[in-house]
Write a protein that binds this ligand. Structure first.
Ligand SMILES: [Zn+2]
Length: 574
């Protein structure tokens, strides 16, 4: 493949794009790989699309290797099948929905478990039909509240999603591990550094799940790592041990705290540590008993634990509801003497004395609260989001939080969807059983962004050879000179014949701009054809990653480029 720069749809930017929120976002915009059309909606220009196609190819090869069969499901789906699983409701505002001309309701699919289960319940009859793994590479849609970091959190994105169907848990373990191995190969072949961490399934279910997370500065996920052992988890799944603290035992007394609502405001105003405060968080769900969650002031709630334990229908209550149950505004509520509410408290509040919490009266708090003496806690649970400095549950080592980017996620769904939608098979004894399922996803744009985050430098992108849009950038200096143009043409042809993908930059502009653009685009190798090379009979080959320059004879260019290409492939994933 040969692309001529001056005839191409490449638009590099001299200036820093104002909307860039992270390193990868900046590089992809500046180098003309992507262009934003609307909030969280992007155009993949030819260079970006070539990177994505290469990633796609690697993913395809590794999935074919584990026996997965590719198919393509529709991006839109009728409402009914999502009602069967309960997720029409659960997805809430994250799901794009629309109606057709006859008033029938549809969604743009955020994922495809329901549709896979629909295929399975029609097609799978007996244990002889299992196991199966089906996958697709397709657009997904999520109505993100805050699209961020360019293609990292967007509202339309490309995903590889695969689904395994097995007869039992053993089969599921096998499918899960096959995917784990395949994912490791995919990310390694794409040249990325990554870690495999414990994760929570979120809306997918409560079975075992693992995330593949890359440490980058411009990610929006948080990776929790133990300094001493190999405990790794994402922030939603991480559990740590916190320190129990308690204060002087004293009777409850009211204190005036005019306008002070947040933990920070109250603790500053009363000159105490946030550890001295009890946060009250009120959640309600249709047709269910409301719950009040109590947390110590220095921790945040872990919503994933909340959802796994109480279900997704519980939502933070609106101000009117809080007023109705507590007779006070949010910020002034507390757990004392409440009827018709179940109270759950974080375990660090067990046996805590002398705590401060809302007085259920505007502009007042109470001091001296004892969680055992003064309130009826239904259960003490670990409901906290881990903080840096908490202790590892395995080895008591120190937990540290790092910025990360989720590249892929693998889940054991179990029978959640097959039971809800009635996807069953007959076993050897003729007994009907639900199919045991797994679900596995990779975000393609995230691989592209991650490569920019991990490899890119101040000059621009540095593409791993395996996913680079082109392998060689041929810079032609002084292209109006007939001799130079002739030699450039000769070399370009030889490179193409040797199966290199190349981009030829023979624009009639300054050498500096061309070199800058080649660095910005991040093409792994650059060959310079110009008057100096012709005179000295040595042409420069430049390696983008290390910035090394090799001077070689004209007839050695192909050989040297092939050698360097081999070296670059060998370095992947190191
Ligand atoms: Zn540890």
């Amino acid at each position: 493949m040969v692309m001529k720069f001056d005839k191409s749809l490449i638009t590099t930017l001299r200036e820093e794009p104002k909307e860039a929120e992270s390193k990868s976002h900046r590089i992809l915009l500046r180098a003309g790989f992507i262009k934003q059309l609307g909030a969280g909606v992007h155009i993949y220009l030819p260079l970006g699309w070539r990177v994505l196609r290469k990633i796609e190819q690697i993913i395809r090869e590794e999935h074919e290797r584990i026996g997965a069969q590719e198919l393509l499901m529709p991006a839109m789906s009728p409402k009914e099948i999502w009602e069967e699983s309960g997720r029409w409701e659960e997805y809430g505002d994250d799901m794009f929905r629309f109606k057709d001309r006859k008033g029938r309701e549809y969604c743009l699919c955020p994922t495809h478990e329901e549709i896979i289960t629909e295929i399975a319940r029609k097609r799978i009859r007996s244990y002889r039909d299992l196991p199966q793994t089906w996958y697709q590479i397709q657009m997904k849609f999520r109505d993100e509240l805050r699209p961020r970091f360019g293609v990292i959190r967007s509202r339309q994105f490309i995903m590889k999603d695969s689904y395994s169907l097995d007869r039992d848990d053993e089969g599921l373990d096998r499918s899960f591990n096959l995917h784990k191995e395949a994912y490791m190969k995919v990310f390694k072949r794409c040249g990325l550094g990554f870690e495999i961490v414990d994760a929570s399934g979120g809306l997918m279910g409560t079975g075992e799940s693992k995330e593949f997370v890359a440490r980058v500065s411009g990610g929006e996920d948080t990776l929790v790592a133990c300094e001493q052992c190999d405990y790794r988890a994402n922030l939603e799944a991480a559990q740590g041990e916190g320190e129990f603290v308690t204060f002087d035992d004293s009777p409850i007394t009211e204190v005036h705290t005019p306008g002070k609502k947040s933990v920070e405001e109250v603790s500053t105003f009363l000159n105490v540590s946030p550890k001295n405060l009890v946060k009250s968080m009120f959640f309600t769900a249709p047709d269910k008993k409301p719950i009040l969650i109590l947390l110590r002031g220095d921790y945040d709630i872990n919503e994933s634990i909340l959802h796994n334990r109480f279900g997704f229908s519980y939502k933070a209550a609106a101000a009117e509801e809080i007023m109705k149950y507590f007779g006070a505004e949010p910020g002034f509520i507390g757990p004392q003497e409440r009827e018709g509410i179940d109270i759950y408290a974080d375990e660090l509040l067990k046996s805590a004395h002398g705590m401060i919490t809302g007085a259920n009266r505007n502009d007042y708090h109470v001091k001296g609260l004892s969680t055992e003496r003064d309130i009826r806690v239904k259960e003490f649970l670990n409901l906290r989001t881990v903080k840096s400095g908490d202790k590892c549950i395995r080895c008591q080592g120190k937990l540290v939080l790092h910025n990360g980017l989720e590249l892929g996620h693998i889940f054991k769904l179990g029978t959640k969807y097959s039971e809800a939608l009635g996807a069953t098979f007959l076993d050897e004894n003729g007994q009907e059983k639900p199919i045991v399922m797994g679900s596995y996803g990779i975000g393609l744009e995230r691989i592209m962004a991650c490569a920019c985050e991990q490899k890119g430098d101040e000059l621009g992108a540095v593409w791993p050879i395996s996913i680079a849009p082109f392998e060689v950038y041929v810079v032609v200096l002084n292209p109006v000179d007939k001799d130079i143009a002739h030699i450039a043409d000769e070399i370009a042809q030889a490179l193409t014949k040797a199966d290199f993908s190349i981009i030829i930059d023979d624009r009639d502009i300054s050498a500096g701009i061309k070199f800058n653009d080649s660095d910005l685009l991040g093409i792994p190798m650059r060959v310079t054809i110009g008057p100096k090379g012709i005179k000295n009979k040595k042409f420069d080959i430049y390696l983008r990653e290390t910035r090394e320059v090799f001077g070689v004879d004209k007839n050695m260019i192909i050989k040297k480029c092939s050698e360097l290409k081999d070296v670059l492939y060998r370095r992947l994933g190191d």
